[in-house]
Write a protein that binds this ligand. Sequence first.
Ligand SMILES: [Zn+2]
Ligand SMILES: [Zn+2]
Length: 245
Amino acid sequence: MQIAAGLYCLGDKTGGYVRAYLVEDGDSLTLIDTLRDKGGRLVLDYLRRLGKQPGDLERIILTHAHQSHLGGLAALKAATGATVYSHDWEADIIAGNRKIEVPKTTTLVPQKPLKIYHLQTAFVLGLGVPPPCEVDRNLKDGDHVGPLTVMHAPGHTPGSLAFYWPARRALIAGDIVTTWPEVALGWPQITLDNKQNRDSVGKLADMVDAEIVCVGHGQPVIHEGAKVMRELVAGRATAPELAKA
Ligand SMILES: [Zn+2]
Ligand SMILES: [Zn+2]
């Protein structure tokens, strides 16, 4: 679904309502994250519906190396020839050379939100590891990729990245904020450092003038996004306007 001019949200109920985003800016087409399906079919179908060829996808950039976001990566890179970008810390996990890190306090004991317990168990047991894929280029804070400014947002993982599109006032935030099953500062049991994550969200909210916040799980926030982030950091109740599913 279209969120703003040239900004599209992709995903279904799988992977904890995991989301990927397409950014179309003139002739440049960028995919952020790749959903859970190993065939990348949903992304390829969506490109076709936009009248694009697979080869039109110029780049795939990754918010972080958690499995729900990487399922389609290897297939999509093969199908499109896109250049793959991530933060350096995440790259060897994506390439299959290192395991994801699980917070020490996270075990098979159910933690809130309970609706993601199936993902918590997969995470702890190391199940569902996506097909490995080499990262072509590393990104760091302040880099520019297409129309997007790269923002380092450590906490959920050390190499978590967010991407800001100033012309659309849209922040593509990855898992530092989630809106499913509730609006929150991500899922605490798979966030490596929750305090650092909160600090990152606060820092980004002050740096960007975001109306839209595209989250890693759940529907995007479409109104007063930076304010919603500040309310979450302050621990205040927030009821943001979300894009219709
Ligand atoms: Zn994650
Ligand atoms: Zn995730």
